[in-house]
Design a protein around this ligand. Structure first.
Ligand code: DLL
Length: 433
């Protein structure tokens, strides 16, 4: 039987959700207008006042916010409450520029943790469960968010944070953990380590995993489910909007329900900013509906995906987002062809490899080159050069038919590509250096 953390809201009718969103949107716009001068100026530039926003239908009039605005307003320019009312910050790793610093009031944290609790209950979590949180703790939102959600559900929470892989396995075994929360790449690594130590999936106590914070393919889901003997569920979120739990997967495992009572989603054309009809692929844009400390209206995530509304077998009614294909800024343009790393991953996993690979893009004599380094699994490892060449050729053909591009594939020995404990860095683009 399907269980919910907040059934009333998770299964509310579309009309009820729209009514909640309408009311909250008007309040949030007024809150931002009155307390965030940076955004007030943006509204004024468009000739808008809160009176111009009378309902959800007026949302499209509001100006967008982007990562650049967050940088320009750093650190306090988008604060919606006095600093003394904030109790926490979280921050991104800042690999692509200045860090994003997000602020929270206690109420913001409570709502965020409730979103994570919904995700845990959606994978079957109850107070009987032992939930191991192997996302990083600290500035990264993964650890603190799921830790809070796990407490709310009443699970016994193991806050291992990421890293120290053998200790992760020890806690799973000794405390018979049933739910694992970490990045999919770290889950794959934990699975690999269990296998190396001779564990079969039946000997591992885990039953479900909540994996997100990076793009991962359906093939990787199958692989992780197989090695750990679990059901693997996706979870999505970003620091700017609180952290994990903006959207989460349910028993249907085919897209993530967006917590629409807190986050209003739109899909836009990333080039023109035009709002696209339901079902179209485009950039995901979010408006926070009740955040106090760091309210964001029409924030452009750069994540590319589609939204679909419809009856879900789990009974939840909130709109679903498909797995993001990756960020629009992760998309590689190689010899004019758009390539998402997740497409390469799909080909590799379909050919029986694990998700241990590195993509190297370079430019030689004004021509882009695409090199893919792939680890052989221990089972396929061989020093028979003819066999290796044949395997490489098969992958070159597979990539050609997926991408329409010729790549150079190098098979390398097992364990030669560094494992990730957090978000995996799979692409090295030397053209930018
Ligand atoms: O990654 C929050 C999070 C923690 C989500 C734990 C899920 C689990 P940031 O570090 O700010 O926050 O990175 C946000 O990561 O815009 C996406 O590009 C990507 N991302 C997050 N979840 C997914 C997912 C956290 N399930 C950025 N699938 C987002 C694909 C994801 N990409």
């Amino acid at each position: 039987m399907e269980r919910y953390y907040q059934e009333d809201i998770e299964c509310a009718s579309e009309e009820q959700i729209k009514a909640i969103q309408n009311e909250k949107l008007l309040k949030q716009v007024r809150h931002v207008w009155e307390n965030v001068p940076y955004y007030r100026e943006k509204m004024k530039e468009k000739g808008l006042t809160p009176d111009d926003i009378q309902s959800l239908d007026d949302l499209h009039k509001l100006p967008f916010l982007s990562k650049k605005d967050l940088r320009d307003a750093y650190p306090y320019g988008l604060l919606g409450v006095p600093l003394k009312d904030c109790v926490r910050i979280q921050s991104t790793s800042g690999t692509t520029g200045k860090r994003v610093v997000a602020f929270y009031t206690q109420k913001d944290i409570d709502l965020w943790e409730e979103c994570c609790a919904r995700a845990i209950v959606a994978v079957g979590g109850t107070s009987d469960d032992v939930c191991q949180v192997s996302y990083g703790y600290g500035l990264f939102t993964g650890g603190p968010g799921l830790n809070g959600g796990s407490h709310k559900v009443g699970c016994l929470t193991i806050p291992t944070s990421s890293g120290n892989t053998d200790r992760q396995l020890m806690f799973i075994n000794d405390l018979q953990a049933t739910i694992l929360c970490c990045t999919p790449s770290y889950a794959a690594y934990l699975g690999e380590r269990f296998k190396e130590l001779g564990y079969t999936p039946e000997q591992i106590s885990l039953k479900a995993g909540i994996f997100g914070a990076e793009a991962w393919s359906e093939e990787m889901r199958r692989d992780i489910e197989h090695t750990l003997g679990i059901k693997a569920y996706d979870i999505y979120g970003l620091t700017e909007l609180s952290g994990p739990g903006v959207a989460f997967e349910c028993s249907a495992q085919n897209g993530m329900h967006i917590n629409e009572d807190h986050f209003l989603a739109e899909i836009i054309d990333p080039d023109t900013g035009e709002v696209l009809p339901e079902g179209s692929q485009g950039e995901l844009v979010f408006t926070s509906l009740d955040k106090e400390a760091f309210p964001l209206l029409r924030y452009r995530t750069r994540d590319i995906c589609t939204l679909t509304r419809g009856k879900c077998s789990c009974g939840r009614t909130h709109v679903k987002m498909a797995k993001p294909k990756g960020r629009s800024d992760d998309m590689l343009i190689i010899r004019g062809v758009n390539v998402f790393p997740s497409q390469i991953e799909t080909v590799l996993l379909n050919h029986g490899y694990a998700a241990n690979y590195q993509i190297i893009v370079d430019r030689v004599n004004n021509t882009d080159t695409l090199d893919v380094w792939v680890e052989m699994t221990p089972e396929m490892f061989t020093d028979n050069l003819g066999e290796i060449e044949q395997r490489q050729k098969d992958l070159v053909d597979g990539l050609k038919s997926m991408l329409g591009l010729k790549a150079k594939v190098s098979l390398v020995a097992p364990k030669t590509i560094a494992r990730s404990e957090g978000k995996a860095v799979r692409v090295i683009d030397r053209r930018k250096i």
